[in-house]
Design a protein around this ligand. Sequence first.
Ligand code: G3H
Ligand code: 13P
Ligand code: ZN
Length: 331
Amino acid sequence: MPLITTKAMFQKAHEGGFAIGAFNVNNMEIVQGITGAAAELQSPVILQCSAGARKYANHQYLVHLVRAALEVSDIPIALHLDHGPDFATCKSCIDGGFTSVMFDGSHYPFAENIEKTKEVVEYAHAHGVVVEAELGQLAGIEDDVNVSAENAKYTQPEEVEEFVSKTGVDSLAIAIGTSHGAFKFKPEQCTRNPETGVLEPPSLRFDILEEIEKKIPGFPIVLHGASSVIPKYVKIINDNGGKLEDAIGIPEDQLRKAAKSAVCKINIDSDLRLALTAGIREHFVQHPEHFDPRQYLAPGRDYIKELVAHKIKNVLGSDGSAPAIMELAKA
Ligand code: G3H
Ligand code: 13P
Ligand code: ZN
């Protein structure tokens, strides 16, 4: 089975009330951890590379790592460019084996975002590649663009229909209160649950999501900045010499609710970083004499596998859907 686009994945996700996990990859252990979990659970996955990942690991290494995972795991995999900053980067990925690209024009004025997105869509579609675009801006750090929480711009439902029809995009990333990174909310923005003692952040704007769904029924929606910042991995990091204070993510019940809606793709990077770091830190504290990278990277890879299995089963709901997606993709 070759790499596939996200078309069949999104169709099945929409019909089945689940979402596909889009996991950021930068090296072999991350690819293996994610696809190991997905293969065991018969789940499709989107492996995505940012411009920073391509700079770090080199485009060819990433493409070949993902192709190797495909051979070994035999599940539906799409290879996606995350936050493509310009036409040239998108073209390079389209020409270089990716099956999906995101052009992120969210920081441009509406008309310019349409114009630039359309240029990418025309080139991508001519080469059998699908395109994700973004309307609205997430709070936090989005690659080089720093949008302060106060200026976060939710997606305007009245703009989505025109944007989708004029650009011809295949999926749309929206801003409804998620943000990138492991520090999504300040503690003072949260309320403490009197029963559990856990800090609960403000709810995602499901009202905006519903409005958007009404404007573009059945159209695949994407959630960026959707790590839940699992306390277990933050605790392991902090118990083993790390210092991550007030790391707060999106509650998983809200992500599950989103996955059952028109949200077909949920982006996760920070949770992978935390799991990998937890495994490595814990190993070094337990084995200060070790210096073989295989010894300390393996536990990081194991935690990634554990994390991704949890996401697939309890957050995304995509387990067991691989065979149907493979059939649809072949058709
Ligand atoms: O949304 C951004 C992703 O987490 C990728 O981050 O640009 O540091 O690779 P990066
Ligand atoms: P997180 O930082 O919440 O993992 O978001 C990742 C993301 O949106 C990648 O595009
Ligand atoms: Zn993102």
